[in-house]
Write a protein that binds this ligand. Structure first.
Ligand code: UD1
Ligand code: CA
Length: 458
């Protein structure tokens, strides 16, 4: 059995944040969720997360199925990566493999985790360290190897002598342990070092002293082990993750005019031959069909978009848009809107909590709120669904093939029946019967010669 211990109790002071560090997001998901998902994707089903200060926020936010253990924090309480692992000791079974990960190192891939497990098993090691060569290893633990390549110890930067500091191979902080050996080592950790912390890195020398063999698995792509300690590193990780996500979509047959300026969250799905223009932001659980055009600076959040949909500079939140619809430019679909097939929602049209059925059009400058709009309806320029009376919201119904003239106010609750016409400028307060014309405005009066009589003629 393989399980993971994910360390996430560190203070993260350099983030200068009210949030626990691992709750900061990249590509729409908390750092910790990325790590948990990667562990699961590498076949690790049981994941133990060590949390500290702000642990309640972490437990409330993380939806993935994991076990939490709390590391006590405060003045005089021990600290360090070793102390963090000790908190999870009760979970460690003798005949298991334990992968140790960091909650603030979200770019690690499931491939690498699988590779280190394989390397560990093949070499018959009791522990294996994931390492990398860094041009500038300052601040990291250094890997000390013997002539055969076995790892003898890890020396922290602050505890290293000059010769050790010259070593370029650094400790990523990710390990694979045999359960029994890890427990042996945990029982022998102490805090006699420069920082008075319990170091998990000391486990390596302890195992060597017990005559047990430790391996070092070096990765080439050091991006994977980028740990996040600052907002700058958070932005770096976001950039790298974004690039991976965009590359994945391009590999799947999506065109991006400028992937460096296209922002897609991890869980978004996109169909083939969809074209995405610069500045598009696709968030949350959004899914986009095939052959769509996602125009520049469109933002789509938690929404479902069908096939052949054309979206120009628009914002779509928690809504559904069916095939062949045209949205925008500058349309605003607010939560719980449902746009049917071949519908046009044009410039400066706002829709909220409404369904607009197939083949209908609201081409310009309208507000449609709390409404059902049937099939083949034409909503003229400047129509307002007046859904709010100052206290309550009410519902408007417009049945199939109705024609709503320009600048009409529909004072809800109200119904426009099938095939009815409403004259431009009308303010409608009562039901409009089927196939009738409704005019609700003052009759036009022309006063001939009025300008001259008033002495206003130029
Ligand atoms: C650690 C390693 C170092 C390695 C580096 C890689 C040790 C002693 N050193 O150093 O060899 O090169 O990572 O980034 O392990 N954490 C807890 N509880 C604690 C302390 C830390 O959960 O009491 C967690 C942090 O949230 C973080 C991780 O452990 O996710 C690493 O802690 P950090 O303080 O960043 O370790 P480093 O000093 O950078
Ligand atoms: Ca660190």
């Amino acid at each position: 059995m393989i399980f993971s211990i994910i360390l996430a109790a560190g203070e993260g002071t350099r983030m200068k944040s009210k949030l626990p560090k691992v709750m900061h997001k990249i590509c729409g998901k908390p750092l910790l969720s990325h790590v948990i998902n990667t562990a699961k994707a590498s076949g690790i089903d049981k994941n133990i997360v060590v949390i500290g200060k702000g642990g309640n926020t972490v437990m409330d936010t993380i939806k993935e199925d994991v076990f939490f253990v709390e590391q006590p924090m405060g003045e005089g309480v021990p600290y360090g990566t070793g102390f963090a692992v000790i908190q999870a000791k009760d979970y460690i079974e003798d005949h298991s493999h334990v992968i140790i990960l960091y909650g603030d190192t979200p770019l690690i891939t499931s491939n690498t985790i699988k590779n280190i497990i394989e390397f560990h098993k093949k070499g018959n090691y009791e522990a294996t360290v994931l390492s990398a060569d860094f041009d500038d290893p300052t601040g990291y633990g250094r890997i000390i190897r013997d002539q055969n390549g076995n790892v003898l110890a890890i020396v922290e930067h602050k505890d290293a002598n000059e010769q050790e500091r010259d070593i370029k191979e650094i400790n990523s902080g990710i390990y694979c342990f045999n359960g029994k050996s890890l427990k042996l080592a945990l029982d022998r950790l102490n805090n006699n070092n420069a920082q008075n912390e319990y170091y998990i890195t000391d486990a390596i020398k302890i195992l060597n002293d017990l005559g047990l063999k430790v391996g070092g698995y070096k990765i080439q792509d050091s991006e994977e082990i980028l740990g996040i300690n600052s907002r700058f590193q958070l932005s770096e990780a976001e950039r790298i993750m974004r690039k991976r996500i965009n590359n994945r979509h391009m590999d799947n047959g999506i065109t991006m005019l400028n992937p460096d300026n296209t922002y897609i969250d991890d869980d978004v799905t996109i169909g083939r031959d969809t074209i995405i223009y610069p500045g598009a932001i696709l968030e949350g659980k959004t899914s986009i069909g095939e052959d769509c055009i996602i125009g520049q600076n469109s933002r789509i959040v938690d929404s479902i978009i069908g096939n052949k949909v054309d979206i120009q500079i628009s914002t779509i939140l928690e809504s559904k848009v069916d095939d062949n619809a045209h949205i925008g430019p500058y349309a605003y679909l607010r939560p719980n809107s449902e746009i049917g097939k071949n519908v046009k929602v044009g410039d400066f049209v706002e829709v909220k909590n409404s369904k607009i059925d197939d083949n209908s059009k609201a081409s310009h400058l309208s507000y449609i709120g709390d409404a059902y709009v049937g099939k083949g309806v034409n909503i003229g320029c400047g129509v307002v669904f007046v859904n709010y009376d100052g206290k309550k919201k009410h519902k408007t119904t417009v049945q199939d093939n109705a024609f709503i003239g320009c600048n009409v106010n529909l004072i809800s609750p109200v119904e426009v029946e099938e095939g009815a016409y409403i004259a431009a400028g009308s303010t409608i307060t009562d039901k409009v019967p089927k196939d009738s014309l409704s005019i609700a405005r003052a009759k036009q009066v022309n006063k001939e010669g009025w300008v001259a009589k008033k002495g206003l003629k130029k």
